[in-house]
Ligand binder design. Structure first.
Ligand code: ASP
Length: 321
């Protein structure tokens, strides 16, 4: 549930002041309520005035060692709309000293001399924690390899709430590369805080990792695995579709075997509930047919917009505003 702004929620929010955001395990239902409440406020700011000066004088360093469109652009837009400034080392990381062999630790210790907060995407699991260990300013994990993507999970959960009006008693099906997809790892962990049914749909070699399955089972969640979308489509409230993560395969012939395994088409959508929503962290590379886009249940571009509000809320929270 999203709470009104009470002293209790404000206190929960203050808990983020000067904190790193590395994993969804830092969140509970109370501080999620706080972030969602702030995200709604940020939406009002954007819709009414376009921007504010809440973070005027603050600087964000955006350091991306892996490609990104939405995560990097939404952090930059979020900082812009709150009146702060950005040092973007994103698509151009190959032109930075990283290409000269500089260590992540040294790059982080340099950037924190200029910036009040660092957003990091890096191909290695654990890199965000490593950066946080070196930095005195807050580090926000924008994806560490196949590990976690906490800010995406927050915007995903916020989208489910905004679209369906609740986070309880939902049947949520995740489809695709559950082994390598960091978004489904983080979202699954967050969902263990709620009373939901989870269905995992993947080819055998892309099943959800055992460690995450065990967390789900320990949380007492009703969970099943299947290879077939047909097993879940009729009952799902949320169909969360993902891309096969080509960049995580060492054997590309294995990628070729599983790549076009699922494609959601209008025909499949015709079997789904009228109120189901279909989500995708994007980019999509064929998992959802373009002709599904005009279906009102297609929530993936609304999901993108929510990303900016959530990241505005997070930046404000870690910068103590
Ligand atoms: N954009 C998401 C991520 O960075 C999903 C994806 O790349 O498939 O994890």
């Amino acid at each position: 549930m999203i709470l009104a702004s009470t002293n209790e929620t404000v206190e929960a929010g203050n808990g983020f002041n000067h904190k790193d955001i590395i994993s969804v395990s830092q969140f509970n239902t109370k501080n999620l309520d706080y972030i969602f409440h702030r995200a709604c406020e940020m939406r009002d700011v954007v819709e009414q005035d376009g921007c504010s000066d809440l973070l005027k004088g603050k600087v964000l360093a955006c350091l991306f060692y892996e490609p990104s469109t939405r995560t990097s652009a939404s952090f930059i837009a979020a900082m812009d709309r709150l009146g702060g400034r950005v040092i973007p080392i994103t698509q151009g990381v190959q032109f930075s000293s990283v290409s000269k062999g500089e260590s992540l630790a040294d790059t982080i210790r340099t950037l924190e001399q200029y910036a009040d907060v660092i957003v990091l995407r890096h191909p290695e699991i654990g890199s965000a924690q490593l950066a946080a260990d070196y930095a005195d300013v807050p580090v926000i994990n924008a994806g560490d390899g196949a590990g976690e993507h906490p800010t995406q999970a927050l915007l995903d959960l916020f989208t489910i709430y905004e679209e369906l009006g609740t986070l309880e008693n939902l049947k949520i099906s995740m489809v695709g590369d559950l082994r390598n997809g960091r978004t489904v790892h983080s979202l699954t962990k967050l969902l263990t805080l709620y009373k939901v049914n989870l269905r995992f749909v993947s080819p055998e070699i892309l099943r959800m990792p055992l460690t995450i399955m065990n967390e789900v089972i320990d949380a007492g969640i009703n969970v099943r695995e299947t290879h077939d979308v047909a097993d879940v489509i009729k009952n799902a409230d949320v169909l969360y579709v993902t891309r096969v993560q080509k960049e995580r395969f060492t054997d590309l012939s294995q990628y070729e075997e599983v790549k076009g395994h699922y494609e959601i088409t209008p025909e499949i959508m015709s079997q789904a509930k009228e109120k189901m929503i279909i989500m995708h962290p994007l980019p999509r590379v064929g998992e959802i047919h373009d002709s599904v886009d005009s279906d009102p249940r297609a929530a993936y571009f609304r999901q993108v917009k929510n990303g900016m509000y959530i990241r505005m809320a997070l930046l404000a929270a870690v910068l103590g505003k």
